[in-house]
Design a protein around this ligand. Sequence first.
Ligand code: NAD
Ligand code: UDP
Ligand code: UDP
Length: 311
Amino acid sequence: MKRILVTGGAGFIGSHLCARLVREGNDVICLDNYFTGSKDNIRQLLDCHNFELVRHDVTTPYYAEVDEVYNLACPASPPHYQYNPIKTMKTSIYGAMNMLGLAKRTNAKILQASTSEVYGDPAVHPQVESYWGHVNPIGIRSCYDEGKRSAETLFMDYHRQNGVRIKIIRIFNTYGPNMNPNDGRVVSNFIMQALRGEDLTIYGDGLQTRSFQYVDDLVEGMVRMMATVDDFIGPVNIGNPGEFTMLELAEKIIELTGSNSKIVHCPLPGDDPKQRKPDISLAKEMLNGWEPKVKLEEGLKMTIEYFKDLE
Ligand code: NAD
Ligand code: UDP
Ligand code: UDP
């Protein structure tokens, strides 16, 4: 049994990770300020003797004695991270620094939930970990992209300078139950719109691509990454290489929900990446043959059922 701290544990991904770690008998502290997360996501864990929920903002120091830290605290959807961009940057940078300080003091292993956004609007396709990216430092997505890039830098420097045991994963678009229906990301928007019979809002021409990973596949990759030897620090891509245009996604969701909704086109937000697809060779090699198991259609069906129950 390990003592594990999960920051952002009441969010979409964090709630699935906490559930898995608690189920495996670990002593889990879930730390969250509930900016985009909610107690509903971890309601079924509240009675578990090995689960503890703490309201805390990672931009301020936090002290606990733990063996492992998963650092997930940060809003992830563009409308949420752009709501207060300065706070987003503080969360990424001060949050990383405080958790790295904690890991240094306790000699805990610490995993950073970084993102495919560090590649920006990528000129290399599919994206490999060695690609340095194509990121606008002064645009409306920069608070998130550059915040996450700075966090990676802090992780690497705490490792080189202080010997902190780090792991960096770059997560590609992930979806599934516990996504906030008002989150503003494409999968939740399209499903909610289809279920309500509203028009599906495609931003731009809909030919931009993303590669969507079901949350269970990600959590499996995260746990395997944490378990790797200390020498392996990443960064490593965790995502599903199946690549789809937003038009294809909209059509698939209309089909699976049996909705009468139509598609409408809305303005494309600034700096929206045109394509995104992970090269997962490194993950396969280093994470014991890890690869995504859940196909888009199967994952969407499970996610649609979750959103139906909310309505
Ligand atoms: P989410 O918004 O559902 O979860 C983020 C959680 O962090 C929320 O519970 C929120 O309340 C909490 N939080 C935000 N600021 C905080 C602060 N200052 N102090 C404490 N808690 C704070 O998003 P998610 O999709 O679950 O993303 C989790 C992590 O994974 C994020 O770091 C995100 O950048 C990363 N990620 C997600 C995706 C994806 O597709 N979902 C892709 C790449 C990276
Ligand atoms: N920190 C924390 N929890 C701990 C240890 C440190 O939140 O258990 C914070 C600490 O307050 C500092 C940051 O982590 O702001 C970085 O710590 P570090 O030891 O690297 O820096 P220093 O304290 O030397 O400035
Ligand atoms: N998108 C869309 N309609 C929506 C929400 C998003 O067409 O209602 C597009 C968005 O412009 C982007 C893609 O879907 O090209 C993925 O957006 P999301 O916010 O989910 O993730 P990210 O852009 O961070 O990859």
